[in-house]
Design a binder for this molecule. Structure first.
Ligand SMILES: [Zn+2]
Length: 178
């Protein structure tokens, strides 16, 4: 078995790499809490916080930061809070993801606006003679095999769930005096 035990940087107790991060947040000899957690990431994972922040400011996505720096979203949030980094709005994140997808599509298909939709239509047309073919008969058969009904809305479970949801909603409306 691989020996990946490490010493606590504050109290010298021995932990494995999974345990050390939760230990330091409580270690009586350290700063505890999020500060200890960040220090542990810098110490054990060689996390370069300023370079991470720099990447973020250069429009690197959160997902890519997680991969590149071997951190969790929680760690990124702690860093942003500590260093008062303004977080992107959802819209800004979407724009970055969109720009990134254009670059990837450009490299992969030679067309930044490549859409899979056209390709699916063409495949369907070649295979079934209908670009908008939808395999209803097959869906029905799968449903019959699996649940003994033609479509999933006929299963007892789903019917009960829908009934319950409707009942709850009506109850809520009544409670609100609607
Ligand atoms: Zn300790």
């Amino acid at each position: 078995m691989e020996n990946n035990n490490v010493k606590c940087l504050y109290c010298n107790s021995i932990y494995n790499l999974n345990g050390i991060f939760s230990h330091v947040t409580f270690c009586k000899k350290g700063p505890r809490g999020n500060n200890a957690l960040l220090e542990a990431y810098e110490y054990y994972n060689k996390l370069d916080i300023s370079s991470l922040i720099n990447d973020y400011k250069n429009d690197i996505s959160g997902k890519d930061l997680v991969k590149k720096y071997n951190v969790t979203y929680r760690i990124i949030n702690i860093i942003f809070e500590k260093y008062s980094i303004q977080k992107r709005t959802t819209h800004e994140s979407q724009l970055i993801a969109y720009e990134k997808s254009k670059i990837i599509k450009g490299l992969r298909y030679g067309n930044p606006l490549y859409s899979n939709f056209e390709k699916i239509k063409e495949t369907k047309k070649n295979r079934y003679g209908d670009a908008f073919f939808s395999n209803r008969a097959k869906n029905r058969k799968t449903c019959q095999d699996r649940y003994g009904v033609d479509n999933v809305f006929q299963t007892k479970d789903v019917i009960e769930k829908i009934k319950k949801r409707v009942k709850n909603r009506i109850g809520l409306l009544c409670a609100q005096g609607a």
